[in-house]
Structures are given as C-alpha cells and as structure tokens.
Design a protein around this ligand. Structure first.
Ligand SMILES: C[S@@+](CC[C@H](N)C(=O)[O-])C[C@H]1O[C@@H](n2cnc3c(N)ncnc32)[C@H](O)[C@@H]1O
Length: 461
C-alpha cells in the first residue's frame, strides 16, 4: 500500500507528518502497511502515534507498534510496556512486549524480566531469558536462570542447558572433525554389528545410512518378539550414537510391516516400526530432524486393495502401501550445523556442494531396486541423495546392516569412505564382488573385507 521509501522518509523527518498519516488511515490495513515499512527510526522520532497504537483493537497493529517502539530503546517506555503486557491476551503481542523490555538493556528492566520468567507461555519465558542473557556476568541473573534447567518445558531447558551447562560438559573431540580412523576406511566386517562396534572408538564416523532387517519379514531376521526386535535395534543405534561425531546424522529407512495371518480364522498383524523405534532414538540422544517419505510406483508393490475392489465394504479397506520412511536424526549437541560445516577446509566445502537438480520436498519418488543376490537392497538413487545431502567429501559413511553393500559402493563413487558390517556370510561374499566393482580411482585406501577376528586383532595390535 505504502512505499517503504515514502514511509522511511516521513519517519526520518520526525516532524509529525507520519503521525498525521497514521491518523488519516480509516482502517488497520493502512496502519499495518505503514508500521511494516517504518525501518530505521532516528532518536528524534516522535513516538506518540506508536504509543497510541499499543492500545489498538488489532493484535497485529499492537505487535507492530511495540516492535517499532523497541527500535528506539527508550527506558521511559518500560512502564508502558509493562502495563500493556499485563493487559495483553494475544500471545504474539505478549512475546513482542517482553522482547521490547529485553532490548532496553538497562538494569531497570531486570525485575520485569524476572517476573515474566514465571509466565505460562514458554515462548514468553524464552524471550525473557534472551533479555536476561545480556547480563551474563551478573550473579543475580545466573541465580534466577540456572534453576530453569528443571523447567517443565523442553525449549526453556534447552536454552538454559546451552548457556550454562553445555560447554562445561562438552568433551573435546578426539580428532579433527573431518578426520576418521584409517583402519575403518573402506572396510567391511563380517559379523554381528554389536560385536564389531566394541572395537570401534568413540566419534569415528560422520554419517550412518541404513535399512535394518525387518521384524521377522525375511528369513535373516528372526527375533523372539517384537519387543526383542526393538531392543536389538536400540542397542545398535545406541552404539552408533557413541561412534558418531558430534552433531552428525543417522538416516534410518524403515516402514511398517505386516506379518501375514497364520490361517483364515486369524488376522494379519501390522507393526509400525518407524513409530516404535522413534521414541527410543530420541531418548538416547538422537534429535529428530526430518521425515522423508520414499514413494514407489504402485505397480512395484504388493496388491492389497484387490479384495476391497471386489467387495467395497467399509472396514475392509486396505490401501496399497507405496511409502517407506527415511527418518533423519542428528546426534544431539548444543552446537549449530554451522559449527560442523565450518570445521571443513573451504576447498572440501566447495567440492562437496550439491550441484544441479536436487530434491526440494520431503517426498522422494524413487523406483525400488530388485537384486538377484539380496532380497532388500537400496536403490542407488536413494543412497546417492542421502550421502550427497548429509555428508562431505572424505567423510566416513557407516551402514551397520550392509546387505549387498549399496552404501559402500555409492559412498565410494561420491568420494566418501565406507565402513560396513554384515552378519550373513552369503551376503558378505556377494558384497565383495559388488563393492569392488567399479574399482577405486584412489587406491590409497583399497576396499578390505575382514572377519570379526581379523578386525579385532587390528584393533589390539
Ligand atoms: C534390509 S538388509 C540391508 C540391505 C542393504 N541396505 C542393501 O542395499 O543391500 C539388512 C541386512 O542386515 C543384515 N543383518 C541382520 N542382522 C544383523 C546384525 N546383527 N549385524 C550385522 N548385519 C545384520 C542382514 O543379513 C541383511 O543383509
């Protein structure tokens, strides 16, 4: 409605023309447009019209009025803010007011911020904390903030943990972030992943991408119960957490599975694996980042809807399942992703950039892969995307359930190193042919296929 330059010009002039323009507005739309375009405000700016708008009937106008008043940083508005806060019911405006109080950055604002620490809205509490963190060396502030480590809300706890506790307990990384142990580079071990990982040091790998054995869905995965199966996965991913570098990713491909009925007088049972493993992962320190849905073409999946097509009776509807989950988790840390990225030399960052077309949504349409040597292999395209989007060149990519070795082969083609474990000798054999082909261009780390015994001995040497 109004041009930014026009409004900024009036604001800078500070001669009351802006107040006149605001008063001339017959509806809030015009006022909002003015407030959104105010930009920088000089200290000579006449704040009277903004102070009036703090009482406007529209919460949007009130929020924008407070936001603009805060730019002036005037201590004399403290009481105005506080009165407005006490009468305010709109959550966004309340947060904006607390932010304005915080931005005053004068000790007089402390008692007001202390009071808002008691608020019911966690976002208001977080805003008050932000304002108080300006006084980081002030003991009276630390005494009020540290106990919020036990606050019922996780956002509040996270800020306090990061500010007061995280740095103190953060372990120094054992090696530079881009590095990984030489003895794991391009290695496949034939053994139960739980045994193999006992011989792998903390913080060795950069990325895990895996598809675990399905619960009793195929002959290689027989577990005494569903609970035992989930416990097994939890054990593997807890160890994976230990060997993962700070702030790096675990990408887990699973989907609900069906155990067919034993006879016509029984029903089949569906197990929601991704949903049941999720709480265990977050509890052990994997932070949930994204849920990517892998969609397959309908012709490629089992036909479940055929019966319904005939009878059309409600309750008997069973859709064809085209999707699998690709769940993205990050090893919990108080450090931002930027910290991870900055730990690489700039040439590696440049070379690792994802070039050309890339997937913009969390729905990935990829054809499944059928393989004569293994019954559940990753399509190369899926591996390719995950490795490109979640690792840097020279990183070490781990797959605890190596199967036919798709992760190894793809990692190699993308100039990453791989470390795989596979329990079944038959697949271990099959993988040797697949992973070796095509050969590595850089033979400084040739692919090595070791028994558990050989791997153990290398560690104890
Ligand atoms: C779903 S498949 C993985 C296929 C793989 N993503 C590929 O592209 O070929 C799971 C693999 O995990 C292996 N496996 C099952 N339990 C294991 C364990 N405890 N340790 C290591 N491998 C295991 C199975 O033998 C199977 O090959």
């Amino acid at each position: 409605m109004f041009a930014k330059a026009q409004i900024e010009g009036l604001a800078k002039a500070g001669n009351g023309d802006l107040a006149l323009l605001i008063r001339q507005q017959t509806n809030n739309k015009g006022i909002i447009s003015i407030l959104e375009n105010l930009g920088y405000l000089p200290s000579t700016f006449d704040a009277t019209p903004l102070l009036e708008l703090v009482k406007n009937t529209s919460p949007k106008v009130r929020t924008l009025a407070v936001k603009n008043l805060a730019k002036l940083g005037k201590l004399e508005f403290l009481e105005v803010y506080w009165r407005a806060f006490q009468q305010e019911s709109d959550t966004t405006t309340r947060r904006e007011i607390v932010s304005a109080i915080g931005r005053l950055r004068k000790p007089q604002n402390k008692p007001y911020l202390f009071q808002t620490l008691e608020d019911n809205d966690p976002k208001v509490v977080c805003q008050a904390i932000r304002g108080l963190l300006f006084y980081e060396k002030d003991d009276s502030v630390s005494r009020r903030l540290k106990p919020l480590m036990d606050h019922p809300n996780e956002m509040v706890r996270n800020i306090i943990h990061k500010e007061y506790f995280a740095e103190k307990i953060a372990r120094k990384p054992t090696a530079p972030h881009p590095d990984s142990p030489v003895r794991l580079k391009n290695v496949v071990v034939n053994g139960d992943v739980r045994d193999v990982l006992k011989y792998v040091d903390d913080e060795s790998i950069h990325l895990t991408f895996t598809s675990p054995p399905y619960y009793n869905a195929r002959d290689y995965s027989i577990y005494p119960s569903y609970e035992a199966y989930l416990d097994f996965l939890a054990e593997v991913f807890l160890e994976t957490h230990r060997i993962t570098k700070e702030g790096r990713f675990l990408i887990l491909n699973t989907s609900p599975i069906i155990i067919p009925r034993v006879s016509r007088s029984h029903s089949s049972k569906r197990y929601p694996i991704p949903f049941d493993i999720h709480p265990r992962l977050t509890e052990m320190g994997w932070e949930f980042i994204d849920d990517i849905i892998w969609v397959k073409p309908e012709y490629s999946v089992k036909n479940r809807v055929g019966g319904f097509m005939q009878h059309r009776k409600p309750l008997g509807y069973k859709p064809n399942t085209l999707t699998e989950y690709v769940m993205v988790y990050r090893k919990q840390t108080s450090r931002l992703l930027d910290w991870n990225i900055r730990s690489y030399p700039s040439d590696i960052v440049e070379q690792s950039k994802v070039k050309g077309e890339y997937e913009t949504t969390n729905v990935w349409k990829i054809d499944p892969k059928f393989d004569k040597g293994h019954s559940a292999v990753f399509p190369v395209e899926l591996c390719d995307r995950v490795i490109q989007y979640y690792s840097y060149k020279g990183d070490l990519v781990f797959d605890p359930f190596g199967g036919s070795g798709t992760v190894g082969r793809t990692a190699k083609l993308l100039d990453r190193y791989f470390f795989l474990t596979e329990m079944e000798p038959e697949y271990f054999e099959y993988m040797q042919m697949k992973v070796r082909n095509p050969p590595l261009l850089d033979e400084s780390f040739p692919s090595r296929f070791l028994s558990l015994d050989e791997f153990m001995k290398e560690k104890t040497k």
